[in-house]
Design a protein around this ligand. Structure first.
Ligand SMILES: N[C@@H](CCC(=O)N[C@@H](CS)C(=O)NCC(=O)O)C(=O)O
Length: 216
């Protein structure tokens, strides 16, 4: 068996890395799916040597074709998008992909604040952040993206072909639903339909069927 071109190192979660796994599956590239032990990683005296990982943060993608070692999950997804022509058909379309990924990053920031709120002492902080997320941020962004999607024919978020941001959107919205315990696409049937279409792509379905089972 030949060595895979890519090595993707993360933890045994989907979270911010799953869209990268979707993209690699979609382009039919075999990859080494390295999953480090989170409990070991966070132990102050843990056995994991973090020095090979820039910023001591994961995910990291290593590309054997050119020696690139790349951090930041969205940058990795965008890199693969560029490499496999999944960035739209013009500079304007590529920029629209970037815009949508930044929208997801804004929402992710809020979701993470909600998750980090101290459960025991500050349930009100958690509730405040969750309310803001569901009542303000999600409608603000998703209503715009849904109406653009409709104008665009309902199939792809950007242009008339699949882009890396279709995978990012289809996955991150699942993570937002899970962490906020509320279906973030409930009021956006067009976006829901888009998500389901992406998840039904044969390569994505096959990946989902074989991936390790994790809570998120
Ligand atoms: N913005 C970064 C965030 C990376 C990040 O914070 N990763 C977490 C796991 S989700 C991590 O490596 N945490 C370990 C640590 O902070 O020691 C990305 O999108 O890749």
């Amino acid at each position: 068996m030949s060595t895979p071109k890519y090595k993707l190192t993360y933890f045994n979660f989907q979270w911010i890395t799953e869209p990268i796994r979707y993209i690699l599956s979609y382009v039919k590239e075999d990859f080494e799916d390295v999953r480090l032990d989170w409990d070991e990683w966070v132990k102050p005296d843990g056995k994991i040597d973090k020095s090979p990982y820039p910023y001591e943060k994961l995910p990291i993608l290593e590309d054997a074709e050119n020696g690139l070692k790349l951090g930041q999950s969205f940058s990795i997804a965008r890199y693969l998008g560029r490499k496999y022509n999944l960035v739209g058909k013009s500079a304007a379309e590529a920029a629209k992909c970037d815009e949508y990924s930044d929208v997801l990053k804004d929402i992710l920031k809020e979701v993470e604040r909600m998750m980090e709120a101290d459960e025991e002492n500050k349930p009100e902080v958690k509730q405040q952040v969750k309310t803001r997320l569901l009542e303000k941020s999600i409608p603000r962004y998703f209503s715009v993206i849904e109406s653009k999607l409709k104008k665009n024919g309902g199939k792809y978020l950007v242009g008339d072909s699949i882009t890396w941001v279709d995978f990012l959107f289809a996955h991150m919205t699942q993570m937002f639903t899970l962490t906020s315990e509320t279906d973030v696409l409930a009021n956006y049937p067009g976006l829901k339909e888009h998500q389901q279409q992406i998840l039904q792509i044969p390569e994505i379905k096959a990946w989902i069927a074989k991936r390790p089972e994790t809570p998120y």
